[in-house]
Design a protein around this ligand. Structure first.
Ligand code: ADP
Length: 568
């Protein structure tokens, strides 16, 4: 009977203790039930049966207790798993929420499971989209995208780097997107994950860049100037059609080649020096300056070109843009104008000849008269007479003088190419005076100062002087006390001036503007080209010629010439 007391104790022990404790209680129960202290020992059979039933009961109780504990453990573990699962789901949705990209997770029916804050911001959505269908949220989604979603749900990953999306509210977006399936362990595709990037701004910038590039290309292609871009090593990186045409190359023949290809040998060294000066200390002596250099065409011919270089930065490195203009047509035109001018100058001289010859006839007449006199004296005295040698020497001297005068005259008239060299201006003026004996018998006031050197074509400046002197002579024909004053001066370090002043009637104010125009003349037989040719000669030498009234009356014509060393 006593052992029956232990059944509840065993049950409690099984629930509260570990299996070892239950066994200990059971062993204790058996010992106690067999001890006389707790009553008569059981009869052999009944006692045996009693012990067996006790053992079975105890075993049952133990098993029950173990099952109960196992169940309790199980519920504990499930609780823990639930907590873990909740935490994982929270973490996942937190991760999606915080993702720096626009992303969303959908189930198999394209219902939102989660969406990042960026997704909601980019598409102006509220938090309550979870559980809603993607196609209800975006009714504007077309069939093409629905087909992509279906492909992703079938296990495929679909993406696009640039796709256009027009929202129902009219907003236009450029998107980069990717849709990929997510898998449920053991259950296949659970839905899709969608990543989306709004690249509208980037597309707009790119579009603007492309537009700019197109515009720039159109400008370069239509530019009349040749434009070539080189890197800091002198390699050509671009050339416009005008450049290809100017040098006779096709574009691929120029790309990557050194720009030396476009210049004749002697310019190479100079060009490499500029580039190495830049590489050394970023010195850009040629940048921004307009220079005239020689270019070389593909056929090897050289031509003058005007080059302006500008520097630009490209990805941190420097590039140089050269703008070139072919000067050969301009040079050709210059040559033509110069030839015409020379022709005109010559015609002008021939025109002056009428006057000059008339004046010189008088001068040449003198030695000829002397020759005739000496010859008559020689005839009178006869050959071999005393003094014959002297007479012949005089004849020779006079003949030489007449020859000199005619030589000067011929030199003045003959057509010859322009030839500039250093000349003593005073000397040149004396020679011009020799060439223009004056009919007005005007007094010439000229103190030849030999300190004025000029680099000129002597005959041409003499022509200017002859013209001014003859005009003055003409203006003084009726004057009472005719005088021509020639003055040399140096108005500044750059210029030397010559003025020819007379005390004639001067030029009427209304005629002054026309003075230097071709064919303006107030003379009966005048051609009116003298002053216009004089101006073109003076200007070609880098000087100026102008008129001013003399006081109290008369005309002053003053012209300047560059002092040697001064830039014309
Ligand atoms: P032309 O001597 O054949 O007339 P120019 O060109 O040398 O041609 O001179 C143009 C005109 O300028 C002259 O016809 C004259 O009216 C005026 N002129 C030139 N020099 C003088 C001067 N020293 N005094 C007054 N008038 C002058």
């Amino acid at each position: 009977m006593v052992h029956a007391l232990f059944d509840p104790a065993l049950l409690v022990a099984a629930l509260l203790l570990e299996p070892q404790g239950v066994i200990a209680v059971f062993v204790f129960a058996v010992i106690v039930s067999c001890t006389p202290l707790f009553g008569p020992p059981p009869a052999p059979l009944s006692g045996w049966l009693d012990s067996v039933s006790l053992a079975v009961f105890a075993l049952n109780s133990g098993i029950l207790a173990l099952v109960a504990r196992a169940l309790e453990r199980l519920s504990h573990v499930r609780g823990e798993l639930d907590v873990l699962g909740r935490a994982n789901a929270e973490q996942l949705s937190h991760f999606i929420e915080q993702a720096p990209a626009a992303m969303a997770m959908f189930d198999r029916d394209m219902r939102y499971l989660a969406a990042s804050a960026r997704w909601r911001d980019d598409f102006h959505l509220t938090r309550d989209i979870v559980g809603k269908s993607h196609y209800d949220v975006f009714p504007e989604i077309g069939d093409a995208w629905k087909a992509d979603h279906a492909a992703a749900l079938a296990g495929e990953t679909v993406r696009s780097d640039r796709d256009y999306f027009e929202r129902a509210d009219g907003e236009r977006l450029w998107l980069r997107w990717e849709v990929r399936p997510w898998l449920r362990p053991g259950d296949g595709v659970g839905g899709v994950l969608m990543f989306c990037e709004d690249i509208s701004e980037r597309v707009a910038i790119r579009q603007a860049l492309e537009d700019n590039e197109r515009r720039l290309k159109a400008i370069l292609d239509s530019a009349m100037e040749a434009i070539v871009t080189i890197d800091a090593q002198g390699k050509m990186i671009s050339a416009n059609p005008a450049a290809c045409e100017m040098f006779g190359y096709a574009l691929p023949e120029l790309m990557g080649q050194n720009v030396d290809l476009l210049m004749p040998g002697p310019v190479h060294g100079e060009h490499s020096r500029y580039l190495s000066a830049y590489a050394r200390n970023r010195e850009t002596r040629v940048v921004g300056r307009r220079r005239v250099i020689e270019g070389r065409r593909k056929d090897g011919s050289s031509f003058p070109l005007e080059l302006t270089v500008s520097e630009a930065k490209d990805n941190g490195g420097a590039i140089f843009v050269g703008f070139m203009r072919d000067l050969s047509p301009i040079e050709e035109e210059k040559r033509r104008v110069n030839a015409l001018r020379d022709e005109l100058v010559h015609v002008g001289r021939i025109n002056d000849m009428g006057e000059v010859v008339a004046s010189l006839a008088h001068e040449v007449g003198q030695p000829i008269a002397a020759i005739l006199n000496f010859s008559a004296a020689h005839r009178r005295t006869g050959a071999g007479a005393a003094g014959e040698v002297d007479i012949v020497a005089r004849i020779e001297a006079q003949a030489r003088r007449a020859g000199e005068i005619l030589k000067r005259l011929r030199g003045f008239i003959e057509k010859r190419p322009e030839m500039r060299k250093k000349e003593d201006l005073a000397e040149l003026i004396l020679e011009a005076l020799d060439l223009s004996p004056l009919r007005s018998r005007a007094h010439i006031a000229f103190a030849p100062d030999h300190g004025f050197d000029v680099v000129v074509d002597r005959i041409q400046i003499e022509q200017v002087m002859v013209n001014l002197l003859q005009n003055a002579d003409e203006a003084l024909r009726a004057a009472d006390d005719p005088e021509i004053r020639i003055t040399l001066a140096r108005p500044d370090a750059e210029r030397i001036s010559v003025s020819v002043a007379d005390n004639g009637p001067g030029v009427e104010p209304e005629a002054r503007e026309k003075l230097f125009s071709a064919f303006y003349s107030t003379k009966r037989f005048g051609m009116g080209v003298g002053l216009s040719i004089s101006r073109s000669i003076v200007e070609a030498h880098g000087g100026e010629i102008r008129y001013r009234a003399n006081a109290p009356h008369g005309a002053v014509f003053e012209f300047t010439l560059p002092a040697p060393g001064a830039q014309p």
